[in-house]
Design a protein around this ligand. Structure first.
Ligand SMILES: Cc1cc2nc3c(=O)[nH]c(=O)nc-3n(C[C@H](O)[C@H](O)[C@H](O)COP(=O)(O)O)c2cc1C
Length: 315
């Protein structure tokens, strides 16, 4: 029986798990891989500067500052252009390519990308096959799906489409598009997939603690997981689920948070300084009451030095 977590991937999280957060989280955890925010593919080759903006890691061999490999995620619906951009991602230094078939955003779904593709497994097959046939054999092709659009009735067909197109890995966010982000996650569906299909599986959804991870790997029948919001709420969660350490205490986290604030100040999004800090605190307060107090203290503040003073007070 599977009872120990093996590989842990940091989930792609648009607008949240950017390069700064990826560098921070990989500096304190043993992640096996990070997936970038998505690169939107429509009907052309995406310019290099966009790839570099989404994944500055590409300029350093596709690794975070702490040498964790990073994989570019592509979101699109045109097999030919997905393949061309997959090849480009790899040429630029991405460690394999990840395909997004789970994005619930209305604009993306309207133009037939993301989760809406879960309604047409045949299109998923065409995209995966076109990408797989175009990239070098030694590069990993992974796909990320939800259980389905409205329900899980097409799950088996979707997975068959992905495996028969020879993808190497599959991450399943164990909810449908309709479920959104509402708990619970239905990990047992991944368990069924693991029995019927031969592909390296990663289970994703609602893993907030070691206990959740243990329950998830058991039900999903795979030792590999992807961490999303839980990784933001408990910053050392990857090491916690690998049983390397306990949940980080607030005394350590407050220093880490101050460090993050300094990095945000220097970063190219420093214009959004206060909103970036509040965004992370919204996740941290799910696990740390002190983060809630800090959030309340800074929530109306605009001035950067006032905010930094308040952060220092929270040590
Ligand atoms: C703010 C946010 C942004 C996300 N952006 C992406 C994305 O760009 N690509 C993707 O495949 N999934 C995206 N997701 C989904 C996550 O990767 C993950 O599948 C989901 O959050 C479930 O995992 P969790 O319950 O551990 O958070 C996003 C989720 C959140 C909360």
């Amino acid at each position: 029986m599977i009872n120990k977590v093996k590989k842990v991937t940091l989930a792609p999280m648009e607008g949240v798990a950017d390069v700064l957060m990826r560098n921070l989280l990989t500096s304190i955890n043993c992640y096996d891989l990070c997936i970038t925010e998505f690169v939107r593919v429509v009907d052309r080759i995406v310019p290099t500067h966009i790839f570099h903006k989404i994944s500055p890691e590409l300029k350093q061999g596709g690794f975070t500052n702490n040498n964790t490999p990073t994989r570019v995620q592509l979101l699109g619906q045109e097999p030919h252009w997905m393949a061309e951009n997959a090849v480009k991602s790899i040429e630029l230094g991405s460690h394999g390519v990840d395909l997004n078939f789970g994005c619930p955003a209305k604009a993306v779904n309207k133009s037939k990308g993301g989760a809406v593709l879960l309604k047409t497994p045949e299109t998923i097959y065409q995209i995966v096959k076109s990408v797989k046939d175009s990239i070098p054999d030694d590069q990993v092709l992974s796909a990320k799906i939800r259980l389905g659009f409205d329900d899980a009735s097409l799950l088996d067909e979707i997975v068959s489409a992905i495996t028969s197109a020879n993808a190497n890995q599959l991450t399943i966010h164990a909810r449908t598009k309709r479920d959104g982000y509402n708990p619970p996650a239905y990990w047992h569906h991944i368990g069924e997939v693991s029995k019927n299909h031969d592909i390296e599986l990663y289970a994703n959804g609602e893993i907030w603690s070691l206990a959740d991870a243990k329950k998830c790997i058991k039900e999903a029948n795979t030792a590999n997981i992807m961490l999303g919001r839980g990784a933001l709420a408990t910053p050392n969660l990857a090491n916690v689920v690998k049983e390397k350490e306990k949940k980080m205490p607030w005394s350590e986290l407050s220093i880490l948070f101050n460090h993050y604030a300094q990095l945000e100040l220097q970063g190219d999004k420093s214009f959004y300084f206060s909103s970036r800090l509040k965004q992370w605190l919204r996740y941290l307060k799910l696990q740390y009451p002190q983060a809630e107090s800090l959030f309340n203290a800074i929530k109306l503040m605009k001035n950067k030095s006032d905010i930094l003073k308040e952060i220092e007070k929270s040590y």
